[in-house]
Every structure is written in C-alpha cells, then in structure tokens.
Write a protein that binds this ligand. Structure first.
Ligand SMILES: [Zn+2]
Length: 358
C-alpha cells in the first residue's frame, strides 16, 4: 500500500490511516491531547464513546464493576468507572479483532491459552496485553495526581509518574490490529503462561501492572499471564531456570512474586533493545527491535529485589492482622513465597490445608 511520510515523521496509508505515530505526534495527540488512542481522530470530527480499561466482558465475568482499582497515587476508582475516550469505530473494531477472539481463547483456560500461543504464536495475546497496559497508563492522564487541590499539586498521575516516550513502543504494538503491522519476534516481549490455583478463598481475578518496568500480570481462574512489554524476551531468557522450578499451580501471591522477579530483571538489564518501525512501499509495516547480542544483568542491585516484592505482594495482605510484620520481613528480604529455603517450589503457599495432587 502506498504510504506518505508527514513532516513530523509520522506515516500515513493511502486510505488515511495513521500507520505510525512519530514520538512527537504520539505525545501531542495521544498522551497530552484527546485524540482517539487507536486511530488518532479528534473528538471534534468523529463520534466518541467510552472504552473500558478492562474490557466489559472481563468486568462482567469476574463481577468487577464495583471493585476498586488501586492507582499509583494510592487513590482508588471502581473498575466500572475506569474508562478512556475512544472513537466509536475503533471501539467496535477493537472488539471484533481483539476482544472476541481473546475471550474465546481464555475460555479454554490455561490449556487453551498455551495451545493458542503454541500453534498461532504470541502476536494476538501480546497485542491484547499491550492494549490493557496502554489503556491503563493513558487513563492516568485524566486523573489528578493529588485529588485535593489545596495540596498545590495539579499534575495528573501521568505527569507525576510516567515517562510517556517509553510508552511509544507499547502504543505501536497496541495498535497493530488496526495498522496491520507485522510483529517481528524481536518486537515481542517476554510472556509467561502459568497455571494458577483455584480456591474458594482466592479471588479468581487479579491485575497488576508496573509502568516503569513495563511488566504486568493478569490472572483469571486457572490461567496466569505475566508479561514484559519492552525486553525482546531478555527477561524470560534470564528467568528460565527459575521458571523450570515452578512445579505446581501458583497461588495469588506466588503469581505476584513472579511479576516482581520479571520486573526486577527488566529494570536491571545492562543493555536494552531499541524499537523501530520499518516501512516498505510494497509490503506491510514491520515492528522490530535492535536487540543486544546477549541479555546481561547489571551488577548494580539498586533497587533491590525485596523492594519489588514488597510493592507487588504486600497489598494482598493489607487487611490481615499480621500485615505489618509481613511487610517488615519482605522489606528485609527475609520472606518469599515461590520457593522454600532449599529452592524447592512451595506447594502450600496460601493454602490452609496444603495441596494434594499438584
Ligand atoms: Zn479511532
């Protein structure tokens, strides 16, 4: 398809679609502006409606409409009100291209998701995860960082917490269903599809994302998906030996500990991939990365793993009477949930009776 390049280095298709937002245009129109986060249309030119940050089918399935989501500034909103402006056309297209097929894949549980990735590749799942992540962080810009104006801080959460330039690659991936860009394997991050425990005393749903490490967890019934969006699979290579030791189904806190590990590793990569989009007049757009020859961890341990663990796992125990003691143990690096002191997988994590048959 013939393409044209704009002065700001964005790229248009002959049918008018923005195939590629330059970083400059992404910041102006999407991060700071109010254009549709998929096609870039202005609300003054096309009809807009609200897109739920977590898709409606998920809110309905796990009865999340009234459940509070904890934001980076520690305020909370209910998932049902957590929506982002999006044009009607993109909203509906996103539904048919992404949400409907993803919903079908997830209906097959952990086996269904694993089978899909094995036979069809990770592209659709990675696109969906990038959408969840970008929606969460674009939503932040509409929320004030400090709700009480008398505090004198008028920055939005986005301004106070985020590096929007770092979100550019995630935005390119999230729009791939619309731009029809091909994702090279170097553009795809680490994705772990792990088995999760189902128990009456666990919530069947969990979602956590960490914006600087671009790492996320979504747990739904027996499937737990943990992903890093901007590492070109460096993290999964470095974490592979530990993944092999995960011999049973993960409890909610163990799933979160895996997230803490991948976020720690991603934050401490010595060299990072550099992402780019390639265009060919005759072929489709390609998302790819220049990847370091080897994934190597930085010897500088700051911030240490125990800080990631405390931040990610601590909130699960907020209502427990032993919370202060537990947090103190985590902060001091004396507490873990995945493996015991001999490095063996802990089968009875968060179980009252222990696990049989796992
Ligand atoms: Zn749109």
């Amino acid at each position: 398809m013939p393409i044209s390049r704009l002065a700001d280095d964005s790229v248009l298709a002959s049918d008018g679609r923005v195939l590629h937002f330059s970083v400059e245009r992404f910041l102006r129109d999407i991060v700071l502006g109010d254009c549709c986060f998929i096609c870039g249309a202005s609300p003054s030119t096309v009809e807009f409606n609200n897109e739920h940050v977590l898709p409606r089918w998920l809110l309905k399935k796990y009865k999340l409409y009234d459940i509070a989501i904890k934001l980076p500034n520690l305020s909370s909103h209910s998932y049902g009100n957590y929506v982002l402006p999006c044009c009607v056309r993109c909203n509906s297209y996103m539904n048919t291209q992404i949400e409907v097929p993803i919903q079908e894949i997830l209906a097959g549980g952990v086996e269904g998701v694993s089978r899909h990735v094995r036979t069809q590749g990770p592209h659709l799942l990675f696109n969906w995860l990038a959408l969840l992540f970008i929606k969460t962080h674009l939503k932040d810009k509409f929320l004030r960082n400090v709700r009480d104006e008398r505090a004198g801080d008028s920055r939005s959460i986005a301004e106070a917490f985020h590096d929007p330039v770092a979100l550019h690659h995630v935005h390119c991936v999230a729009r791939a269903f619309y731009t029809e860009a091909l994702m090279d394997k170097t553009a795809i991050g680490s994705i772990l599809v792990l088995r999760a425990k189902i128990r009456d005393h666990f919530s069947p749903f969990d979602y956590v994302d960490l914006h600087i490490p671009q790492s996320m967890l979504i747990r739904m019934d027996d499937v737990c998906i943990i992903a890093v969006l901007n590492d070109s699979c460096a993290v999964v290579n470095l974490f592979f030996e530990d993944v092999k030791r995960i011999e049973g189904r993960l409890s909610p806190v163990q799933a979160r500990e895996v997230l803490a590990h991948v976020a720690y590793i991603n934050t401490h990569l010595l060299e990072r991939p550099r992402f780019l989009s390639e265009f060919d007049e005759l072929g489709p757009q390609r998302l790819l990365a220049q990847v370091p020859a080897q994934a190597v961890l930085d010897e500088n341990d700051e911030p240490p793993f125990r800080e990631f663990l405390t931040r990610v796992c601590g909130p699960l125990f907020e209502d427990a009477p032993y919370y202060p003691t537990m947090i103190e143990h985590m902060r001091q690096g004396r507490m873990g949930f995945l493996f015991d002191r001999h490095g063996k997988f802990q089968f009875d994590s968060m179980d009252f009776k222990g696990d049989e048959n796992e």
